[in-house]
Design a protein around this ligand. Structure first.
Ligand code: ATP
Ligand code: MG
Length: 379
């Protein structure tokens, strides 16, 4: 049965970061109320929500309150304990499911799931104890990367390794936590697919996005991506297969490597809207956040077509001095849209906002984006 949750209803968001904030804006724009649960008193989403429940993600009393208030609950953060979603599932509609989320919380589980679908991943080996490391000999080529299996983001908890000896040292340095050892792929480029899947299993795909990372953090997203139509179709097909395999309902993303051999290799799944989908806010007919609202509520999906070529540039706390940067360089450009997340404290590497450059073609957008990014680095 396809039961719709109509505007006027209250929706729940687990997590109060920028993704939750942009969901909240989209939901409120469509006439919904939003309750955000986040332990931070000043979270970007909590401060604009209709109601902020300031509590830990495992606070059952707070979760019960949320379930009572909300017709449906979603999340912006893959590290919400899966048990939290399972608890809420007994009381209200939860999308994506606790089961889908659980598959993406641990890099080993996630990679084994992707591989079980017959989709290529970087050669990998779960490392749960020192004894596992020897198995890498001859199976995982170097250079490689040792990554903590849980709670990594923006390249945190990752150590490059050039030899088996390096892996032992890195495993110690990471506190002997469960890890995955991954062969380093020779990258031609990186792309991602943001998609939305409905409760009836129909999927809408946003255009394939091309991503550049600096120091493990997303720097820019360019759309259309400069990959062949064959590569683009392959990435979309793989992402759809993953969404279907998860029984996913909502907006999600899959990150891919494009190897120098031209192969498309799945990197990781984001069970939520994705930073590389922020371009959709200004360049697509429907944003990834509006689509998240539509999927959560069982509404028809929006059109994902690209209206204009676009480049998204992340704004990190690095460009804050004692005060915020002068935004005039961005605000005076007619084809640039600035988005800030309302975070009170700027820190190096912290995502504070982004801007989208809309242009006739990606080459001119790129030149302008580079110039504007340099201008923000400041005086
Ligand atoms: P985020 O949360 O920002 O997506 P993350 O911490 O989950 O990042 P990954 O996506 O695993 O980390 O890695 C971050 C970046 O490091 C990748 O986008 C890629 O540029 C590089 N990288 C990671 N693993 C590999 C690999 N096996 N081969 C080549 N490059 C890699
Ligand atoms: Mg990643």
């Amino acid at each position: 049965m396809n039961s719709q949750i109509l505007p006027g209803a209250t929706l729940g968001m687990l997590g109060g970061g920028q993704l939750g904030r942009m969901f909240t804006v989209a939901a409120q724009t469509m006439g919904y109320k939003v309750v955000v649960l986040d332990p931070d008193t000043n979270s970007p989403a909590g401060i604009i929500a209709d109601q902020h429940i300031c509590a830990a993600y495992d606070d059952q009393q707070a979760l019960s309150e949320m379930a009572d208030l909300c017709a449906a609950v979603t999340t912006e953060f893959e590290n919400i304990p899966a048990q939290t979603l399972a608890f809420l599932e007994q009381k209200t509609t939860v999308r994506p499911s606790s089961k889908a989320l659980a598959q993406t919380q641990n890099r080993n589980v996630e990679k084994q799931f992707i591989a079980s679908l017959g989709i290529a991943t970087a050669p990998f080996l779960p490392i749960r104890s020192r004894d596992d490391i020897a198995q890498a000999d001859g199976t995982i080529g170097f250079p490689a990367i040792l990554k903590v299996a849980t709670f990594g983001y923006d390249g945190k908890g990752q150590v490059p390794c050039d030899s088996l000896d390096d892996v032992y040292i890195a495993f110690d340095a990471l506190g002997e936590k469960e890890c995955v050892l991954e062969q380093r792929i020779k990258l031609d480029r990186e792309v991602s697919v943001v998609l939305a899947r409905s409760e009836t299993g129909s999927v809408t795909n946003f255009p394939v996005a091309e991503n550049v990372h600096i120091n493990g953090i997303l720097h820019s997203t360019t759309v259309p991506a400069s990959v062949s139509s064959e590569q683009s179709e392959k990435a979309i097909q793989m992402a759809n297969q993953i969404a279907q395999g998860l029984g996913y309902i909502g907006t999600m993303a899959v990150e891919f490597f494009v190897s120098t051999d031209g192969d498309i290799i799945a990197n990781e799944i984001a069970p939520r809207p994705h930073n590389s989908g922020h371009y959709t806010l200004d360049a697509c007919r429907t944003s990834q956040f509006e689509q998240q609202v539509r999927m959560l509520c069982g509404l028809p999906s929006g059109d994902c077509d690209l209206v204009t070529p676009v480049i998204m540039i992340n704004i990190l706390g690095d460009v804050w001095g004692n005060t915020q940067p002068n935004w005039d360089s961005l605000l005076t450009e007619p084809n640039v849209k600035l988005h800030l997340y309302g975070k009170q404290e700027a820190r190096v590497g912290r995502k504070m906002g982004h801007f989208n450059v809309l242009a006739a073609d990606t080459a001119s957008a790129m030149a302008q984006a580079d110039r504007l990014f340099d201008a923000l680095q400041g005086e």
